[in-house]
Design a protein around this ligand. Sequence first.
Ligand code: 8DG
Length: 384
Amino acid sequence: MSRPPIVILTALDLEYQAVQEKLVDPRPRRHPQGTRFEVGRLAGGRCPIVLAHVGKGNQAAAVLAERAINTFAPAALLFVGVAGALHSHVALGDVVVATHVYAFHGGTSEDDGFKSRPRVWETPHVVDQIARHIDRDGSWKRGLSAHDRGPEVHFGPIAAGEVVLNSKVSVHALWIREHYNDAQAVEMEGAGVAQAAHLNRSLPVVVVRGISDRADGTKEDTDRERWQQRAVANAAAFAVSLAEELSAEAQDDDRRTTETRRPTMPETIRNVAKGNARVGVQAGTVYGGIRITPEPVPPTDLAEALAGFRTRLQRARAGGHLDDDTYTAAEAELTVADKALESDTPQSRGTLTLALKKLRGLIGDVAELAAELAIIIGLAQGLS
Ligand SMILES: Nc1nc2c([nH]c(=O)n2[C@H]2C[C@H](O)[C@@H](COP(=O)(O)OP(=O)(O)OP(=O)(O)O)O2)c(=O)[nH]1
């Protein structure tokens, strides 16, 4: 079972570069709409990473997050970048991991002033627990260049708006202090990414930010002192450790689901076979060097099976088991099959079977996919 990918989004070139440096053998993947993703693996790790540059702002971040989710079916989404600190205990170079993201610009403008209409997305519990474990473990700091003090990791809310905040006394600064007082850092993309993940069956998302200024009017100075590069290197180091753990966890979850679906066998087996009946192995407990491969539970609903197969196809591509051209051709056949299934006429049933057979020719080299498709073809043939 191959590991599901983790998508990492970045806004600035220096953020992209900081993550890209962690990838082994990154390969470009061009989306039909022109977005260039890069897919690689972490050095010494097994998790496929999909990296993208989304530019500044929540809107672009949301659209491209949606695109990445649809294309790669990741196990989780991370945003890695820089941010300004909102409290004095959060120092330059520290890492802030969002427990919540506040979209701090929501509100209503009334005669007696602007009223807050907060929106907030919470980081899923399981992901938060993994991130805290990585912080306690501390091994994510290996490989960081030696500083006077190692960066600290802070867990807390992040405020994401539509402006670069570079003042302690501006309207925006006062607004955040009054209504989002526990926010640790401020940035411009977290809300867009969180919204996109929420709209995709609440896919786990984590915003990881390195602090490169104090959001207090000194941003130009700290930028000149290259705090952006230093801060994002720390955020990237933390994020890739997190990605590796998240992918491993998702794989374990997949395995557990497969195992709980397997019917359990009682310890004592009574053989009820009679006459010339053929009997395989019936055993409650088996000792010795026996390898057992769990048999997948065959799908019964064709539409669901096709949707599941599309996800598997995306993962096979993200994991490097299918090249781009084969993937595109296979996806096209799957779309033909989907449409034919919707029409449900005698003619469309023929189209459906033909599309699935062409698909079989395309993915035949990937054993896992071929086995699953054989079951789907059986289901489709059962329709006619
Ligand atoms: N360090 C820091 N990063 C911030 C702040 N606000 C903010 O949105 N970010 C994050 C999210 C944005 O993607 C990006 C904006 O930072 P930037 O350095 O590009 O800001 P800017 O537009 O003023 O920079 P420039 O291109 O004019 O030099 O950094 C902040 O106050 N401090």
